[in-house]
Write a protein that binds this ligand. Structure first.
Ligand code: WTA
Length: 635
């Protein structure tokens, strides 16, 4: 492991300099530690205008040989995946590298038996059980492209994603345990598939025992299929730039985008960033609490850790069940060394009080991580004092679905820690700040729009089925730069502090959501004429969802109307998109060209109605007064 790990400040500076001055030499050296069927002809070619980015062109490989086969001789009996069930009394599952290798091979054969082949898209809609990780790796084993959909999304959202990528298979389970609830996944899949013609087979894992209807010729039981196949599956030899997966994420327009990552670059980058950001060493037990339905789970539960030969924990449940001490109980139970979670979880647990923390030792922890949203100072210090016992560096990791891996983060015991600062770029990453005119800001102590001006191996290659949208969204705002959508500050030391999205994307409990997506959902209610959704500061969620709604007919029973709107949103997207506050209004502040001035709505939503700035360009400024008056009357 030590080979590519940065362990001192001097080394960081030298490595960073080298990675910028000779990126191809730098990344080729890291890539050299992997198993390749054929090495690359060229390390990098790129053109951000198209955009077109290729890493390790001409190379042949299979990522699962690097996650699994490569470790068999040296770490075959080491635990690869340690699974902690929802119910703390149910048995823990420990899969060694040997066992995981076999299970992936076996399930890869199940996929083949059910018609899957190289290049097919396979949708995975599953609970956080070991079979989910096995399924992901089995897809990669046979060269199929996985599209994992977070199992909290509604049937509608699932169907949209299946159709967008024309998936031929869906992998799911009868149900999912979440605290004391059961979510009937198969029923949701059935509802979604009524709208999907591309799906030929559904493989269903029995997990909760929930009764399900199996459709003849389409649905098969996972466990029964396993019995029909061998354990060994030769890895399909893939091109470096073949697609590894599609993962849908929200943007500022209504329709989620299928972010595409390709094999070799993603492999090299997730490995390298994992070992450095978490300072992983061979005996460590590493735990990332994310769901595999998000990029954090892809890169830092499955691929990064397994590429590094780590022991990675998968947790099925939720942080507050059976009580708010569950995370800390698991840390003690499995002697966790690196713990990686989201600020929203920290704030939620902080609010429950120290009695849930104090009965645990937490003495094996070495590094704490944060991801997904800005971490506020109060949460940072609580995490540092009560979880890390002031003895564990906190790595505040900034990155995105599109970046594939962590871009800006401290390296433990190397980078100075500053609460709320993601801090410095990892080697190979060249961030910059630009102003609204697109001019790069070269000084320190400035604030601007965060861009990245040189390719890195795990960057987005395209949006599935819509390359032009990829160009427009990320590469057209500023010449020759990848635009992140985030606002950011750089301080006198050159440290970066992420401020938040500058587009119409909100971040609710670390979940990325487009305001337009939520508006489209709300507008499906028959009594809604128009709606405008903005984020507002929320003590636990980071941002809450505030919806301003114009109705056809007057609302007599606001409580019933609110419930109906929540139901509509729940059905269209899922519970994570339900508005926290709903205000019925008679008009929305619009410019003469018909654009909603969200700046004003954001201020009202945050309770700051004293100075709304310039409203002179509004078509009808009296609308604002009416909204301000009604702002107290919210549901
Ligand atoms: C935000 C999650 C502040 C940011 C890995 C980004 C953060 C969006 C941080 C991507 C952080 C992520 N500090 N903000 N450490 N990490 N973000 O695609 O706004 O779900 O653009 O990827 O989350 O969210 P995504």
């Amino acid at each position: 492991m030590k080979e590519h790990q940065i362990i001192s400040w001097e080394q960081y500076k030298a490595t960073y300099k080298h990675s910028i001055e000779a990126p191809e030499v730098f990344w080729a050296d890291i890539a050299d530690s992997f198993k390749w069927h054929k090495k690359w002809d060229k390390v990098l070619s790129w053109d951000f205008k198209k955009p077109s980015v290729q890493w390790f062109e001409g190379a042949k490989l299979n990522i699962t040989e690097n996650c699994l086969d490569r470790h068999l001789a040296t770490r075959g009996d080491k635990v690869a995946i340690l699974w902690e069930p929802n119910n703390p009394n149910e048995e823990v599952v420990r899969l060694t590298y040997k066992q995981l290798h076999q299970k992936v091979g076996q399930f890869a054969n199940v996929l083949k038996r059910n018609g899957a082949k190289k290049g097919d898209r396979i949708c995975i809609y599953m609970p956080m059980v070991p079979e989910l990780a096995i399924a992901v790796l089995a897809c990669a084993r046979i060269g199929a492209i996985h599209s994992v959909v977070f199992a909290g999304f509604s049937a509608n959202s699932l169907a949209d994603r299946i159709n967008d990528a024309t998936c031929s298979l869906v992998l799911t389970a009868d149900g999912s345990f979440r605290g004391n609830k059961i979510i009937d996944l198969k029923i949701i899949v059935d509802e979604a598939l009524a709208r999907c013609t591309s799906v030929k087979k559904v493989i269903v894992l029995k997990r909760t025992g929930t009764p399900v209807t199996m459709q003849v010729n389409r649905d098969v039981w996972w466990q029964e299929e396993l019995e029909k196949v061998a354990h060994n599956c030769m890895a399909e030899v893939m091109d470096a730039e073949d697609m590894l997966f599609v993962l849908y994420t929200s943007g500022s327009t209504g329709k989620p985008k299928g972010v595409v990552h390709t094999i070799a670059g993603y492999m090299v980058y997730t490995y390298y960033s994992f070992i450095n950001v978490f300072g992983y060493s061979e005996e460590d037990v590493y735990w990332c609490t994310a769901d595999i339905g998000w990029i954090t789970g892809h890169s830092y539960i499955i691929y990064g850790p397994l590429l590094a030969g780590a022991t990675t924990i998968m947790f099925e449940g939720i942080p507050t069940w059976p009580d708010a001490g569950r995370f800390w109980a698991i840390c003690d139970k499995h002697q966790v060394n690196q713990f990686y979670t989201a600020p929203t979880a920290i704030r939620a647990l902080m609010a429950k009080g120290l009695k849930y923390v104090n009965s645990y030792k937490l003495d094996t922890l070495k590094v704490l991580g944060s991801v997904g949203e800005p971490i506020n100072e109060e949460a940072w210090h609580w995490y540092d004092e009560h979880i890390g016992k002031k003895n564990c560096p906190i790595v505040d990791t900034w990155w995105q679905t599109e970046t594939g891996g962590i871009q800006i983060s401290a390296i433990p015991h190397v980078t100075k820690l500053k609460p709320t600062y993601a801090s410095l770029p990892l080697p190979g990453i060249v961030p910059c700040l630009v102003n609204n005119e697109g001019e790069e800001l070269h000084d320190n102590e400035v604030e601007g729009l965060l861009c990245i001006k040189f390719p890195w191996p795990s960057m987005i290659r395209t949006i599935y089925g819509d390359h032009e949208r990829c160009r427009l969204t990320y590469f057209s705002a500023f010449d020759n730069k990848y635009f992140t959508g985030d606002g950011c500050r750089r301080d006198a030391d050159g440290f970066y502090r992420i401020i938040g999205r500058v587009d119409d994307v909100i971040n609710v409990s670390g979940h990325r959501m487009g305001t337009a997506e939520v508006e489209n959902a709300i507008n499906e209610h028959p009594n809604v004429v128009e709606s405008a959704v903005v984020g507002y500061p929320h003590a636990i969620k980071g941002q809450g969802i505030y919806a301003f709604i114009i109705t056809n007919n007057p609302v007599n029973n606001i409580e019933a109307f609110t419930q109906a709107v929540l139901q509509v949103v729940n059905k269209a997207i899922g519970p994570i998109a339900k508005p926290d506050k709903i205000q019925v209004v008679t008009g929305l502040p619009k410019t003469r060209s018909g654009k909603i001035m969200r700046r004003i709505l954001r201020k009202i939503a945050s309770g700051d109605i004293s100075n709304l700035g310039d409203t002179s360009t509004l078509l009808d400024p009296s609308v604002v007064e009416a909204i301000k008056k009604g702002a107290g009357l919210i549901a």
